[in-house]
Design a binder for this molecule. Structure first.
Ligand SMILES: [Ca+2]
Ligand SMILES: [Ca+2]
Length: 470
């Protein structure tokens, strides 16, 4: 990978990667911004016609918008573990919230991205929800400076949720001001650091919590969206008629309401407005960090990478939240900008979040890490149209996978059931083609990319169970 970057310098002298330390220039810095539960409802991905995300849109225009990016696992901590380790869930075995990075035996000798950069001379800073809720245990040793780990406050009384729903699924105009929001404080801490005097290179990670539920944000963000006028997703009544039934009770794993419950209580518009408001709020936090970087001495020598850990359903396929293997759950924003990356049309090649780690190593000319399972995106940073054969793989619980190529999505379930969608004509994945004999060869091509081996789901053994075993 590194050799590729160097080769580009040879063929395009003075154009790309002039920061390469072998040229005697300064080592580049990294600002990594992760967002929690943000789907493709951003201006630059076009997932919702009403959404306003001016800061992220500007970032997308200035660098590379990977518009066909997908998570490795559509659930929070498992996805983050995959990004930070650069390893797929079929290797590390975390498919659900629960095991922490340092509890997974498969990752014992896999340094987190931050650890790897620290070991190669970088000053590391981290704040908010980057891995789990901050770094703990042996992982905390990888972080030189904390930018804060405050979680958002919740109002004392129930605001909008029905009494029977989990407290996690409330929303509303709270608190009054941005300055009271944990994400805003985190953004300010990051901005203050970027404006301070210190010795680079640095690797700064900022993990914002919104638009994860509960969807509380100050009133000004709700006022951007007229609850009666906002667009709602198109949800045909027949959409689920042609899909396997084994995965439809996925909500039973989580606290999210069913679509029927959302409709019964008349909450679809309220939740949708709150999600949009939360997105615009977090966009403003991204703006705080990026503006501080632009005003700093590091503006010309810092890569910015922005990603979300997985997507989010707001009623599509009668589903709320995540964990499915459909586009709503797997598609995520992924933006990379920085020195040598020229603005270009969005890259439509399918890529995975586990490609971030090898890409940053490549950009910063660090030695290759042989544990990584992703592939550097430097060729697509050089040229948006550079073809990439490898599709993005998403796994949800043991034995269930989605293979997303440039134009197709194949889903295979543990019991052998399948779905196939043609994104050239069906971006909503309404028409399952898996049983149509005309697509047999397409299915066979996609099946080749399915994981060849698979680590069973890692289950924590409690201290009590350990004692009982003895
Ligand atoms: Ca998440
Ligand atoms: Ca359908």
């Amino acid at each position: 990978m590194r050799r590729y970057a160097l080769a580009l310098v040879c063929f395009f002298p003075g154009v790309l990667w002039s920061n390469n330390p072998s040229n005697g220039a300064e080592q580049p810095n990294v600002v990594m911004i992760s967002i929690d539960d943000l789907n493709d409802w951003t201006g630059f991905l076009g997932g919702h016609p009403d959404v306003s995300t001016p800061n992220m849109d500007e970032l997308a225009e200035q660098g590379r918008n990977f518009s066909n990016s997908h998570c490795a696992v559509p659930v929070c901590s498992s996805s983050r573990v995959s990004v930070m380790s650069g390893v797929a869930p079929t290797t590390h075995g975390s498919y659900e919230i629960g095991p922490r990075y340092d509890e997974l035996p498969a990752l014992n000798d896999v340094p987190t991205m931050q650890r790897y950069f620290k070991d190669h001379g970088y000053y590391t800073l981290s704040g908010g929800k980057v891995l789990h809720h901050g770094f703990t245990g042996r992982l905390s040793e990888a972080i030189d400076q904390s930018l804060g780990r405050e979680k958002g406050r919740r109002p004392k009384k129930v605001m909008n949720r029905p009494a029977s729903w989990s407290g996690a699924w409330d929303w509303g105009q709270y608190p009054d001001e941005d300055t009271e929001m944990a994400d805003f404080k985190l953004a300010q801490n990051a901005a203050n650091f970027l404006g301070s005097d210190f010795k680079p290179p640095f690797f700064l990670s900022v993990g914002f919590f919104r638009p994860h539920v509960p969807l509380f944000a100050p009133p000004c963000w709700f006022q951007k969206y007229d609850i009666e006028a906002i667009s709602l997703p198109h949800i045909p009544s027949w959409d689920l008629d042609d899909v396997p039934k084994n995965f439809l009770n996925i909500n039973s794993y989580a606290v999210a309401p069913t679509h029927a419950e959302v409709l019964k209580h008349g909450k679809q518009r309220g939740l949708t407005q709150a999600y949009l408001a939360s997105i615009s709020f977090v966009d403003s936090c991204v703006g705080l960090v990026v503006d501080a970087l632009r005003a700093s001495p590091h503006a010309e020598n810092t890569y910015v990478v922005l990603w979300s850990d997985h997507g989010f359903h707001l009623g599509e396929k009668n589903h709320w939240a995540k964990r499915t293997l459909w586009e709503e759950s797997t598609r995520v924003p992924l933006l990379i900008s920085g020195p040598g990356i020229s603005p270009d049309i969005p890259c439509e090649q399918s890529v995975s979040l586990i490609d971030i780690y090898p890409t940053l190593i490549d950009l910063c000319s660090l030695p290759e890490n042989e544990k990584l399972e992703g592939v550097s995106l430097v060729p697509q940073l050089e040229n948006s149209k550079m073809v990439r054969d490898r599709p993005a793989i998403t796994s949800s619980y043991f034995g269930n996978h989605a293979v997303r190529s440039h134009s197709w999505r194949l889903i295979t379930y543990e019991d052998g059931a399948e779905e196939l969608y043609d994104h050239r004509s069906d971006s909503d994945e309404f028409h399952n083609l898996a049983n149509d004999p005309r697509y047999k060869s397409i299915k066979n091509q996609l099946r080749q990319w399915l994981p060849k081996s698979e680590e069973p789901e890692f289950k924590k053994i409690s201290e009590r169970d350990k004692r009982l075993k003895k």
